[in-house]
Ligand binder design. Sequence first.
Ligand SMILES: C[S@@+](CC[C@H](N)C(=O)[O-])C[C@H]1O[C@@H](n2cnc3c(N)ncnc32)[C@H](O)[C@@H]1O
Length: 265
Amino acid sequence: MSFRNSNNNSSLHNESIISQFTKQAIPFTQLSEHSNQYGLELMVELVKPHKGDTVLDVACGPGIVACQLAKFVSHVTGIDITPAMIEQAKQTQKEKKFNNLTWKIGDILTLPFEDSSFSLVITRYSFHHLLDPLKVLEEMIRVCKRGGRIVIIDVTPESDKVDEYNRVEKLRDPSHVQAFTFKKLSKMMEEAGLIDLETKCQNLEMELDKLLEASFPPHGNKEKIQHLFKKDAKKDNLGMKSFLTDNNDKIYFYFPISMLLGYKK
Ligand SMILES: C[S@@+](CC[C@H](N)C(=O)[O-])C[C@H]1O[C@@H](n2cnc3c(N)ncnc32)[C@H](O)[C@@H]1O
C-alpha cells in the first residue's frame, strides 16, 4: 500500500493552507469544540506526558495541544506554516502565563530540527491537509529519540464513508486533501517502523452552522453542505451520524476522531 500522494504541487497547496488558516486562525481558536476538555484529557491519558519530556507539536495551529501538554512536560515546541496561527498560539501562551513553549513558523515537510531532538512528537488534525503524509511521518520519527512516542490525532471515517466524507470536507475547506481510515493510518505508522501501537477514540459533537461560521467555504458551498448534511441525517453516508434538532432548525454531527500512539524502536 502506498501512502505517497502523486500530486506534489506543494507550493500551490501551501498557499491554499496559509490562505485558509489565516482566515480561520481566530474563529478556529475560539471554537470551543477544538478545546474540548474530554478530548484533551483523553489525549493526556494516551500520551502520559511527564516532566522528562521534550515535545514537538507538528502543525500546532493556535497551540491548543501544545499548551495542554506544557502543563506536564519540561518544554514544548510548536511549528506551523501559518503565521496567523502562531500569533494565536503566542497569545494563548501569554494568557496562560506558560514559559516553557517555543514557536516556529515553517513547513513540516522538512522539520528544521536535529535528529532525535524530542521524546514526544505529536500532531492533531493535520494529516488530512497533507500532500505527502508519509514524508511528514518520517520526519516526525527522525526528530524523535529512540524509545520516544509519535502521536497522530485525526478524523478517521469508516472505509465505506471516506469518499463522501472527503467530498463534503473539500466543499467546506479546499485545503482538505484526504482523511484516512483508522486502518490505513495505523498501517502507515506500522510500515514506517513504529511499534506497540496504542489508541483512543472520540466522537466529537459539533453543530454544523457553528463550524461553518468558523470556516470559509468558497461562495455557494455553505448551502450545498447544509443540504448534504440534511439529506444525510437518516442515512449516514458521510459517516458523521448527523441529526436535526426536534424543530429541524439545527444540524449536529460527530467527527469520528482517532488518537494513535506508536514508539520509535
Ligand atoms: C486544522 S488545523 C489544526 C491545528 C492544531 N494542530 C490543532 O489541533 O488545534 C491544521 C493546521 O495545520 C497547519 N499546516 C497544514 N499544512 C502544513 C504544513 N505543510 N506545514 C506546517 N503547518 C501546516 C495549518 O497551518 C493549520 O494551522
